[in-house]
Design a protein around this ligand. Sequence first.
Ligand SMILES: [Zn+2]
Length: 101
Amino acid sequence: MTAQTELQDPSAGRSECWCCGVVEDPDRFVHLGNHPEVTVCTRCAHSLHTWAWELEDQAKTGPAVRARDAFRRLRAHGMEHGWHHNRVIGKPLRWLGKHLP
Ligand SMILES: [Zn+2]
């Protein structure tokens, strides 16, 4: 019965990210604490972390906050111009983007 369901619906037994809609195995998702039915893919979970950090920085001041804001502006500028897709500098920029605020 289950095999037949999987044949009819290839997404059966898989979960969908509530943020971007990607469908993957349930083991590859982050579940919210009080609402485990809400699942987020790891890529969106990392983005949520970054956005949460940015929100926290809005209530702070200091040189570290200014440096993180400068990195965010630089990232936004690079994304607008598509530098992250460049054949030469795209890969290092994407790597940096994962490790900077
Ligand atoms: Zn997602």
